[in-house]
Design a protein around this ligand. Structure first.
Ligand code: FAD
Length: 495
């Protein structure tokens, strides 16, 4: 197999410049680059990439349209299976999913499926934006209000079910979706396409879940990307009620018994942070990564025109080695701090995506490997002054297959720092299970649900991080779609 065209590189912001701003790191492909990259696809008879995509996008199908310059058709192909292509094109771990299964990748570099998906989604949103502007010039209001322009003027979203199967009309039956993260948005989109009357209830004041409050602006722009994708979901007829905490503002039982919802999908994520349980974790200047990122992304601490700033200080230690740790570290760097990642294993065991680690290194994040915190030290006013750590070495592999870190006795030392951010993972919030009779949780705090998302209580379905524990955007979307199908079947059987 002789490869004629190497993978088309993607343009990125210069590391030195981007380390000082919150603008998007990756610029994405332009039309010519996208067409050239699309022309590398082998169009396998049995495309393994499709099987490796948790929502089953017809990847060769949309890539063929890109190669021919039919971007509207490409967007339509993707929209059959994904409601968040601009998001997934940016944040999915493609290297372990679609691109990891690309046959071209056996000998050469796989097709840049994620970057092509992103191109198509961005192109499509740009057409919609142009349509809004055109409509506003004739009607005078659409662009100001964000109101949808006439449907005939936009690329169509096919009103089809999972993998092209048509479902019967939901006959306006009411379904409540709790949580507006990728699981909730995917579930709500499919149900709305099939005619259900869907309302999403979201605890925060903005929709999007981790996409809004967790993943930073420089990886996923909110106004230009996320907002457009959520607008597509509401255009299907999905209503989103923010500032409603199910289990506090109103319970699931009240939604079902008093407000006429015939089924409920719980997509409440895994937002409860874990801490190490070491002395000093309650000092001022210790954050969970979730809090630190939420203050930045949702409360816009990085913008000077907002009244909710955050104190990162001159030096920040981020404890952990996953994607969340990279996001927290790169955010702190952009707030002007010198940032150290403190990780108890070596670079080879870092759970974060290679691309994220590469970007963090390029931007100047310092990696303190084989290092484990034992105490957070404070000054006499109760603020963090240093992180006391111990050096580690790698021992035998543990149950995860990774070599377990073992402390080296007597090797304790201090890293002077003003801020410590704990990025050690999260678990689901138990509020929903505790306020809904018959809804069982596992010992790890996850909701109990079967493959199709049916929980231990009739009429209540669940999926995403709330069931699996912290995972990925596309897995949450896949779970949301499966549950939508199960809800459709449940309501049809009930009728
Ligand atoms: P969430 O996105 O957590 O959404 C749940 C929503 O439910 C939230 O908006 C929450 O406010 C709301 N909610 C909770 N309780 C209630 C209640 N009682 N009532 C009403 N609403 C409620 N994955 C990737 O694939 N790629 C990445 O690059 C990536 N980066 C990440 C970076 C960070 C910082 C984090 C934290 C996660 C990252 N992930 C990434 C993981 C991914 O974001 C999650 O797996 C995914 O968002 C889970 O989707 P979800 O819909 O299940 O939950």
């Amino acid at each position: 197999m002789a490869e004629r065209i190497p993978r088309v590189p993607v343009r990125e912001q210069d590391p030195k410049v981007r380390a000082t701003n919150f603008e998007e790191v990756c610029y994405g492909y332009n039309e010519a680059e996208a067409k050239l990259e699309a022309s590398r696809c082998l169009h396998c008879k049995n495309p393994r990439c499709v099987g490796a995509c948790p929502v089953g996008i017809d990847i060769p199908g949309f890539i063929a349209e890109v190669a021919s310059g039919n971007f509207t058709s490409a967007a339509e192909v993707i929209a059959r299976d994904s409601s968040l292509p601009a998001v997934c094109g940016r944040v999915c771990p493609q290297e372990t999913q679609c691109e990891g299964s690309c046959v071209l990748g056996v000998k050469f570099e796989p097709v840049a499926i994620g970057k092509l998906e992103r191109f198509v989604a961005d192109w499509s949103h740009a057409q919609n934006a142009a349509t809004y502007t055109k409509a506003s010039q004739t009607q005078g209001t659409a662009a100001e209000t964000g109101a949808p322009a006439s449907d005939s003027e936009r690329p169509a979203i096919p009103l089809e079910g999972v993998q092209g199967v048509k479902y019967s009309s939901g006959a306006n039956k009411r379904v409540a979706v709790i949580g507006s993260g990728p699981a909730g948005l995917a579930c709500a989109s499919d149900l709305a396409k099939w005619g259900y009357d869907v309302t999403i209830f979201e605890a925060l004041h903005k929709a999007g879940g981790v996409l809004e409050y967790g993943i930073p602006e420089f990886r996923l722009p909110k106004e230009t990307v996320l907002k457009s994708e959520i607008a597509e979901v509401t255009r299907l007829g999905v209503k989103i009620e923010t500032d409603v905490i199910i289990g506090r503002t109103v319970t699931i039982d009240q939604l079902m018994d008093q407000e006429g919802f015939e089924a409920v999908f719980v997509g409440t994520g895994a937002g409860l942070p874990k801490f190490m349980g070491i002395p000093g974790e309650n000092l001022c200047g210790v954050f969970s990564a979730n809090e630190f990122l939420t203050r930045n992304n949702l409360m816009m601490a990085f913008r000077e025109d907002y009244l909710t700033p955050i104190h990162a200080g001159k030096k920040v230690c981020v404890v952990g080695g996953g994607n969340v740790a990279m996001d927290a570290a790169r955010t702190a760097l952009r707030l002007g701090a010198e940032v150290h990642i403190v990780y108890r294993r070596t670079e080879a065991e870092l759970p974060a995506r290679r691309e994220e680690v590469h970007h963090a290194v390029e931007e100047g994040i310092v990696f303190d490997m084989l290092t484990n915190p034992v105490e957070v030290l404070g000054d006499d006013k109760g603020w963090v002054r240093a992180l006391k750590c111990i050096r580690m070495e790698l021992g035998e592999p543990d149950e995860s297959g990774r070599r377990s870190p073992v402390p080296i006795p007597g090797s304790e030392f201090e890293i002077p720092t003003e801020t410590v951010i704990m990025a050690l993972g999260t678990s689901p919030n138990p509020l929903i299970a505790r306020t809904t009779a018959g809804l069982e949780m596992t010992r790890r705090g996850c909701l109990v649900a079967n493959e199709d998302g049916a929980t231990t209580r009739e009429g209540i379905f669940a999926g995403g991080d709330a069931v699996s524990g912290a995972a990925t955007v596309i897995l949450a979307m896949g779970a949301g779609r499966k549950a939508a199908k199960a809800i459709d079947e449940y309501l049809k059987a009930k009728a």
